[in-house]
Each structure stands twice: as C-alpha cells, then as structure tokens.
Write a protein that binds this ligand. Sequence first.
Ligand code: AMP
Ligand code: ZN
Ligand code: FE
Ligand code: FE
Length: 281
Amino acid sequence: MIDLHTHSTASDGTESPGQLVRAGRAAGLTTMAITDHDTTRGWAEATAAAREAGIALVPGIEVSCARGHRSAHLLAYLPDPDAPALVTELERARESREGRLDRMVEKMAADGLPVSVESVRAEVQEGATPGRPHIADALVRAGAVEHRDDAFARWLGDSSPYYVPHYAPDPVRAVEAVRAAGGVPVLAHPYSRTRTGRVDPELVEEMAAAGLAGLEAHHRDHDEDSVRALVGLAGTLGLLVTGSSDYHGTGKHNRLGENTTAPEVLEAIEARATGASVVRP
Ligand code: AMP
Ligand code: ZN
Ligand code: FE
Ligand code: FE
C-alpha cells in the first residue's frame, strides 16, 4: 500500500515527521512520501523513523505555485534538497508566507476575531512553513470553532475577504526547478474544487511540455467525473497517474491510505529521479 502525499508539523500537519511515519506503518502502508508545503525540513526525522519502523519513505515536497490568481500544488519526489534554484524558490515562498499570514491575522483581528500574530505564531513549530491552517488552529484554541474545517468555511477560504495571497513560483518554472534538482514533478489534486484551485487543462499541457511526470488523479477532492477526466488527460499527455491521501493528521478528515499509488508507478517515479533516493528499511 503506497501513499505518496502526507504532511507533518514541518508544515501544517498535526503529527511530527516521526509520528507521521509511525502512523503510516500502523495504517498498513508499505511506502509513504512526506510532502510538506515548501520545505524539506521534516526529511531527516522521517528518514530515521522509517528505518526504525521498517517502512519505505519517499522524500518529497508540495511546492505552492501560482499563475495570476490561480494556484496549483506541485508534488516534487526525490529532489536534491540543496539544488540552488529549488532552494531559492522555497525560501522565497516561506518568507512571503510569514508576512502574508500576519496580514490575514491583522485583518481578522481588526474585525474582532480572537486571533493575534502571537497566538497564530504559537501554533507554528519552529522553522515550519506557516499557512492558513495555523490561523485555524489559533481559532480552535480560542474556542471560536471546533475544527479547522469550520474556520476555513467561515473565514479562511479562497474567497474570504481576509484572504491574502503569498509569493509562489509559476507552475512551469516550478516544474523546471524540480527537474533541475533531479526530482520528479507530479501535479497534486489538479481538479480540487476551490475557487483558485482548479488547474486548466491548457496549463497542464504546458507543464507536461516542461517535464511534468504525472497527475494525482485519485484524491479525496476529486469526484468520479474529475478522476475519469484526469486519467484521460494523463493518457493523452503520456503522464503517470498517482493516488494519495493528503493526510494532515487531525487537521483534515483525510485518512492515510484512503487513496493509493500502483507499485509500477512508484517504480517509474524512482527510475526518473536523480536528486535523492527512496529510504528503504
Ligand atoms: P495555505 O497553504 O496557507 O494557502 O493553506 C492551504 C492549506 O490549507 C492546504 O494545505 C489545505 O490542506 C488546508 N485546507 C484547505 N481547506 C481546509 C479545510 N477545510 N480544513 C482543513 N484544512 C484545509
Ligand atoms: Zn496543507
Ligand atoms: Fe495541496
Ligand atoms: Fe497537501
């Protein structure tokens, strides 16, 4: 059972990289990827935990991308974590995310919501990539809502007046940076149903021409029609098809292994990667 998309406290998951890997083992996964937003910070702890737990680990990243007001998420498997172009893009995104979160919080506080820059920062592990889920966590802690979900539905969605964008590389440029780092780029949840989240097939084509390797078709955010359309698009463009949970611990309802990737697809990903290696027990 192979799950290639999960988050730890190195970004907006609720479990440390070690806990995440042990949860993967307990859920019956044989291989899992750690793909925190815009960081490789969780890799070392996850690697040690994978060796100990006897599970294979694919080091990865979920790279935030944007073109205009449309966003896209690019999974990068097995990139060299020190490759200059990739490191530069990730650092720039993380830095921009900090200022962006402060601005969202200031707008919310001005409207009387029980959050402050300090209370939100307290939800972010040291060195982790900050995101809207951390504002949600501060609101949960303040007793304003019961779950991250409610905070997103009421105040944190893409169409919320409090929404502020952050710097993110163009999707084509991100594909190039991941490839230059020896990584294998796979477009995450391309047809996720949020206002800014749906990726146009024309952009997928452009990304494919730049070296995109696959589409994450099997994902909770896709209904049957979307899965069918994406599998068809992957066939047309000669791309791999993956499936994964996008697990965030207790921060989201996604369960480990709820969507999985075929072993031959993982083999193809591994065969194309030159930046890092799969950690095997
Ligand atoms: P950001 O990276 O700051 O733009 O925030 C996006 C993150 O919020 C993504 O990783 C999503 O997984 C998470 N997210 C989006 N909607 C929800 C929701 N309804 N409940 C919990 N997390 C969510
Ligand atoms: Zn997330
Ligand atoms: Fe995502
Ligand atoms: Fe994700």
